[in-house]
Design a protein around this ligand. Structure first.
Ligand SMILES: *Cc1c(COP(=O)(O)O)cnc(C)c1O
Length: 373
């Protein structure tokens, strides 16, 4: 059930966005319907080219979700039983599911205080079976890629970026999705660039991996429709690509607006003791896209209740760390920062359709909570 209407300040701006782009989106839908071109047509290639050009990578391959983007990247690298993949527990479950469904074992390490992989923990969990590192760029911020790439290079490991939350983020101009051998993005409606259902894209600089991934996403068929392996049905729908091509035009402006709002939150909340804010928009070399604005507070549960009562919709990602889930059997490990984040994190509304008054309303509500506390 979509309850966002019940909130004065909704967490996402999807309805407002649709109202604004309705004419263009409708025209794109009509064009696809009239041409009856639903599978792997020009709209998919056009979208792939836009992504590859923006990120400065050789190839982008549209697939049906961020989850499949990760899964197919692992498959293309022949990751399977007996292999270990190092990643983080502070991620969406799909990162780990992709590893498990390949038959490999996820090895989980802690995060640093920017919510991203603590690169200094990597060497502690290396084994002879380690094949891949999956850094997850959380909340629109890149991981410390120079440190992660240095470990990968030293031990001959592949890097697959889970950049599902961080399209457009970069470090010193180098984009998320351009560091690893094959990298995954999601185009789910909750992500900064989204379609109207599920979608994903893989980026790579390797022509041979790109070719292999195109075969894998399309039932094992190559460009001449010859069947050369068993594959999957994991194409990005042409209709979704047509709608993505509309949203892509607004993407840079959308990110700009998110960064403005992040700056506004910093200005308004920077002096509040009792909360820790994420890194500010201007942070030496890092260009964050603020797909979320997560704050930390020891009073998180009470703060959440207070904000909800004020009509502010917030989000907790995530209340139970994955390694504490009783059904996933991820081992008896301790990840102190991951666990602290589960207890203390609260993501405030941040999206391109949030206006300054709404942002200020959230700021005032947070300040009231701590002043009167
Ligand atoms: C959203 C997300 C995914 C999965 O993407 P889907 O398109 O929903 O399959 C994977 N990893 C992270 C970090 C995500 O946020």
């Amino acid at each position: 059930m979509d309850t966002s209407n019940a909130f004065l300040v909704p967490y996402v701006g999807l309805k407002a966005e649709f109202e604004q782009r309705k004419n263009e989106l409708t025209r794109a839908f009509e064009a696809i319907g009239s041409s009856a071109g639903y599978v792997l047509r020009d709209e998919v290639s056009q979208f792939e080219t836009s992504i590859a050009d923006m990120l400065g990578v050789g190839y982008a391959i549209g697939v049906n979700s961020g989850t499949d983007a990760l899964f197919l990247a692992l498959k293309a690298l022949n990751i399977g039983p007996g292999d270990e993949v190092i990643t983080v527990a502070h991620t969406f479950v799909a990162t780990l599911a992709a590893v498990v469904h390949c038959g490999a074992k996820p090895i989980l390490i802690d995060i640093a205080d920017d919510f991203n992989m603590a690169a200094d923990k990597l060497e502690q969990v290396l084994s002879g079976a380690t094949k891949v590192i999956i850094p997850v760029h959380m909340n629109g911020r890149c991981c410390n890629m120079s440190a992660i790439l240095a470990v990968a290079e030293k031990y001959g490991l592949h890097v697959i970026e889970d950049a599902a939350q961080s399209l457009g983020a970069h470090i010193d101009g180098r984009h998320a999705g351009s560091f690893g051998v094959a990298n995954a993005f999601s185009l789910h409606p909750m992500k900064n660039l989204h379609c109207y259902g599920d979608g994903g894209v893989i980026t790579t600089n390797s022509a041979s991996l790109a070719e292999q991934l195109k075969v894998l996403r399309n039932h094992g068929q190559n460009a001449t429709k010859a069947l050369i392996s068993f594959g999957f049905n994991s194409r990005l729908d042409n209709l979704q690509a047509a709608l993505l091509n509309v949203n892509f035009k607004y993407f840079a402006d959308d990110v700009k607006r998110r960064r403005e709002l992040a700056g506004r939150y910093h200005q308004g909340l920077g002096s509040v003791s009792g909360i820790k804010l994420p890194q500010p928009p201007e942070d030496s070399g890092y260009f964050d896209t603020f797909s979320s604005f997560p704050i930390l507070s020891e009073d998180r549960d009470l703060l959440l209740k207070y904000l909800q009562a004020k009509g502010v919709e917030c989000f907790i990602h995530w209340e139970t760390p994955l390694h504490h889930n009783q059904y996933l059997n991820l081992g008896n490990i301790e990840l102190p920062m991951t666990e602290r984040v589960s207890r203390e994190v609260l993501s405030l509304p941040i999206h391109p359709f949030l206006d300054n008054d709404q942002c200020d309303y959230v700021i005032t509500a947070v300040r009231e909570f701590f002043d009167g506390y």
